[in-house]
Design a protein around this ligand. Structure first.
Ligand SMILES: NC(=O)c1ccc[n+]([C@@H]2O[C@H](COP(=O)([O-])OP(=O)(O)OC[C@H]3O[C@@H](n4cnc5c(N)ncnc54)[C@H](O)[C@@H]3O)[C@@H](O)[C@H]2O)c1
Length: 366
């Protein structure tokens, strides 16, 4: 029988895997992993905030299904995506005599997922990997597509791999314990999915903004599934970001990253930077004659309804522009921009005039 919680299947060079989202599905995880052929012992990697209740619930559900599970708890926050911590986990796995067929299960946000995935990709040259995302960013973005990494002091995500999980299982109910600001920045990424690829998802956001901010079960689960399906579709078409399709997910990221990095990652959450960046990209597209004022206003109104920032007044434009010039996705010294042609349709452009980029960043910040 078809799985009613299945959001999508990711297809990749080495096979395919299910992307599942449902309300309260953590309790069924043991059985689902059993169905995927996962046998114990398994190794859960989670963070200190997520351990209770989610890490614990995953462990219990596995145990009920006859899969013993050890747990490694990392400190919460980006600084855990380090070589140092990865090395601790390698030693912990060796001490427990972990073997090649045994799975690593990431339970948590993108930090736990990226770090656990990096460990899974490299320990014994690769062990089975399962994603149980609990933050919005992890559900609709980080857990799908196999990008795993740790940070270097010089820059984020500098060392990593493409390493696909065996399955992604999101319990949407977990979103109810996120703070409002965390929730909103997560929805920003899902709203982004709508603007670049699925106009009808933008309609759903407009119709149900308040219900989504209250994490009402039915609509939240539906939107998470649809958003996951968009990410799954993109990475299935362009697994290694070589075909110019996966890059569409960077809508709002060119200016957004510049903003995050120039403010030392302390002022804007990632999704908030993306929100401001989407407004910048919309202004650029309007100036280049690609979209109407109405679409710019529509995007602005929707972001505002989620309490997301639409400008970054007070931030130094020069610093943002400098950070943008160091973006690893620049080509020939020019930033590539993902721009809308209409709601639900985006293209990549490398020909945005420098003075338009500068004027846009100044408009957003000054
Ligand atoms: N691999 C990819 O394709 C990809 C894509 C996007 C982002 N990322 C990475 O993901 C990371 C950001 O992800 P994130 O925002 O999830 O960060 P995160 O993992 O640090 O989680 C944010 C905070 O939320 C807490 N949290 C998680 N789930 C919770 C829940 N259900 N209830 C309450 N608190 C909860 C965490 O403990 C943490 O304090 C970055 O390192 C980024 O580079 C990776």
């Amino acid at each position: 029988m078809a799985d009613p919680d299945l959001a999508a299947e990711v297809h990749h060079a080495g096979g395919s895997y299910p992307v599942v989202a449902g309300w309260g599905i953590i309790d069924q995880l043991g059985q689902r992993l059993g169905d995927l052929g996962i046998k114990g012992p398994a190794y859960i990697i989670t963070d200190e905030n997520v351990m209770n209740p989610y890490g614990r619930s995953v462990q219990r559900s596995l145990q009920i299904a006859g899969i013993a599970a050890h747990v490694f708890i990392i400190p919460a926050g980006e600084s855990s995506k380090s070589f140092d911590l990865a090395q601790h986990i390698f030693h912990w796995l060796v001490e427990r005599r972990a073997e090649r067929g045994q799975a690593i299960i990431a339970v948590g946000g993108g930090v736990a997922g990226d770090l656990a995935g990096f460990v899974a990709a490299t320990f014994l040259r690769g062990v089975p990997f399962i994603q149980v995302p609990t933050s919005m960013a992890a559900m609709v973005d980080a857990s799908i597509g196999g990008k795993v990494a740790v940070n270097l002091p010089e820059a984020k995500n500098m060392v990593g791999a493409f390493y696909q999980p065996k399955g992604v299982f999101a319990d949407v109910q977990a979103l109810s314990t996120l703070g409002k600001r965390e929730l909103a920045e997560g929805w920003a990424e899902a709203i982004k999915h709508g603007f670049i690829l699925d106009a009808s998802l933008v309609d759903v956001f407009e119709e149900h903004a308040e219900a989504l901010m209250n994490v009402e079960p039915q609509i939240s689960t539906e939107v998470i599934r649809r958003s996951m399906a968009i990410k799954a579709e993109i990475v299935s078409q362009d697994e290694r970001e070589t075909l110019g399709i996966r890059i569409l997910l960077n809508y709002g990221h060119t200016i957004g990253h510049g903003l995050e990095s120039s403010t030392g990652y302390g002022q804007f959450f990632h999704g908030e930077g993306v929100s401001v960046g989407m407004m910048g990209a919309a202004y650029i597209a309007r100036e280049m004659g690609m979209i109407s004022d109405e679409l710019v206003a529509r995007q602005r109104t929707l972001l505002e309804r989620f309490n997301l920032p639409i400008h970054a007044k007070g931030v130094s434009a020069d610093q943002v522009l400098k950070a943008m010039s160091m973006d690893k996705k620049t080509v020939g010294g020019k930033n590539r921009f993902v721009l809308l042609e209409e709601a639900g349709k985006a293209v990549v452009r490398s020909d945005v005039p420098r003075d338009l980029v500068e004027a846009t960043v100044r408009e957003l910040t000054e």
